[in-house]
Design a protein around this ligand. Structure first.
Ligand code: AMP
Ligand code: ZN
Length: 461
């Protein structure tokens, strides 16, 4: 029996999906106006462990992740910025081009981290009709009002469960401080469902609606799309902890207000944040804007970062620094070498180890403990190599480390450039320059230069 910490009850609970062998899982996806930073990606890595752990337990998982490619104002009061528009202005492209580019970039990052593809990845812009339908339903059920600006608002005082997920009663002053003052609102927590009036009047993405031409509020996309793909009620909803007090709280108000069914989602699971070790925020720009490309440039395999995430529990804050990633890289390499040394003959699965591994992943996704089991197995001299190989491969269906595959690596662009220059120097018999470039490549301690038949070869150390 799996147990998960449910944010709704603030307790670890036994997991019982509505249907015995199927799980409906919704994960809030990226806003595609820039690359995902490795903080965002920590949350997707956690969700990937969850999906794999459920599958390991025999469930068929219907995993839905939305792509936010419209609006996404940082504030309902319309005082914030439109992230998509900001991206388009920065890069002198249309918002549609920005959305397409960063969606592809995100999918590539998922691939590099070996994250399983969601069963469905609906785009917000393809589902505006469903959002309008849900707002109409809310209007019919008496949950909405029109502000003086013509925007459609959700009246949070009408929804009795509004404060449950975020325990907003307890944290009232803090939560209210976080929502912006908007004279159109009747209650501080009220939020916009549909914008007709906006300071972003020249917004490229607009649709006709019963309330006028405009665009949806941010929260409505998740409740509308999850209903479309997973039904009125489903099992698990995930995201980062920042989504608890506002985004997820509003999603519940919308979904339950429209369907009249409670609870909409039985288990809410939230991943804690990746923070910089010096406690600075993971920024959207500047030095703290770390992406998968940053890791590759610095000579890491993106999978080193997967291993780094694996070492800490998803509900604990994870402090990032380069020493930590170096340590993860070393540990990951040693584990892979041990698996490689087993040869390729498979034997029997060791049930004792699999049971312990299963206990760890079933205990609120205790991945550090699961990883410890993998290490214990590899160091256990009483188990035959062939049996170890079969057992570790089974564990790796959850760890997702591709332990039995040769190490793939991507060379940073600078190294590729040096290889070209070094080959040219060698062609010109300029040995001093060739040596100098070799030293530059090896300087970081991450790469070794070899002289192969085809010229300079560079491999990870
Ligand atoms: P966004 O694209 O901003 O909607 O964020 C995508 C996902 O990343 C959401 O589930 C957020 O909760 C999560 N997230 C944002 N910042 C961090 C962070 N520093 N660490 C972990 N997760 C984060
Ligand atoms: Zn969402």
């Amino acid at each position: 029996m799996m147990k998960f910490f449910n944010t709704l009850t603030r307790q670890k609970e036994e997991f019982e999906p509505a249907k015995p062998d199927k799980v409906g899982l919704y994960c809030c996806g990226p806003t595609v106006y820039n690359y995902a930073h490795i903080g965002n990606l920590r949350t997707y890595v956690f969700e990937d462990f969850l999906r794999r752990a459920l599958e390991f337990n025999g469930y068929i998982v219907n995993h839905v992740m939305n792509i936010t490619d419209v609006g996404h104002l940082t504030s309902d009061a319309d005082e914030g910025e439109d992230k998509m528009k900001k991206g388009a202005e920065r890069e002198k492209k249309t918002v549609w081009e920005i959305a397409e580019y960063y969606t592809q970039a995100f999918l590539e990052d998922m691939d590099r981290l070996n994250l399983l593809k969601p069963t469905a990845k609906p785009k917000a812009t393809d589902h505006v009709e469903e959002m309008i339908d849900q707002i109409k339903q809310l209007e019919e059920n008496g949950f909405t009002y029109i502000g003086e600006n013509g925007n459609v608002y959700y009246d949070t005082s009408k929804f009795e469960h509004y404060k449950e997920l975020g325990q907003l009663e307890k944290q009232e002053s803090e939560a209210v401080a976080r929502v912006e003052v908007d004279p159109n609102k009747k209650n501080p927590h009220d939020f916009v469902l549909w914008f007709v009036e906006s300071k972003h009047g020249d917004q490229e993405m607009q649709w006709d609606s019963p309330w006028g031409r405009g665009f949806p509020g941010w929260h409505i996309e998740c409740s509308a799309m999850s209903s479309r793909y997973l039904g009125d009620q489903f099992d698990i909803h995930c995201g980062g902890i920042d989504h608890i007090p506002v985004h997820h709280t509003n999603e519940i108000a919308q979904a339950e207000g429209a369907s009249g069914k409670h609870p909409w989602v039985k288990y809410w699971m939230h991943g804690n944040f990746l923070v910089m070790k010096d406690k600075e925020k993971m920024a959207k720009s500047g030095e703290n804007f770390l992406t998968i490309a940053t890791l590759i440039q610095k000579g890491y395999d993106p999978m080193d970062y997967r291993y780094f995430c694996l070492q800490s529990h998803y509900r604990k804050e994870l402090a990032f620094d380069w020493d930590g990633v170096d340590a993860a890289r070393t540990g990951f390499r040693r584990l892979r070498e041990k698996v490689m040394a087993l040869g390729d003959t498979e034997g029997e699965i060791d049930q004792g180890y699999i049971d312990k591994f299963m206990d760890a992943i079933s205990d609120d996704l205790n991945m550090p403990q699961a990883l410890a089991m993998a290490w214990e197995l590899m160091d256990d001299v009483s188990i035959k190599d062939a049996d170890k190989l079969s057992t570790i491969k089974k564990m790796d269906t959850v760890l997702g480390l591709k332990l039995d595959e040769p190490i793939e690596f991507e060379l940073p662009p600078q190294i590729t450039q040096w290889i070209l220059e070094r080959n040219e120097a060698r062609d010109n018999k300029d040995w001093a320059k060739a040596d100098e470039i070799r030293d530059k490549i090896q300087e970081s301690g991450k790469w070794i230069v070899k002289d192969g038949a085809g010229g300079t070869e560079v491999v990870p150390k």
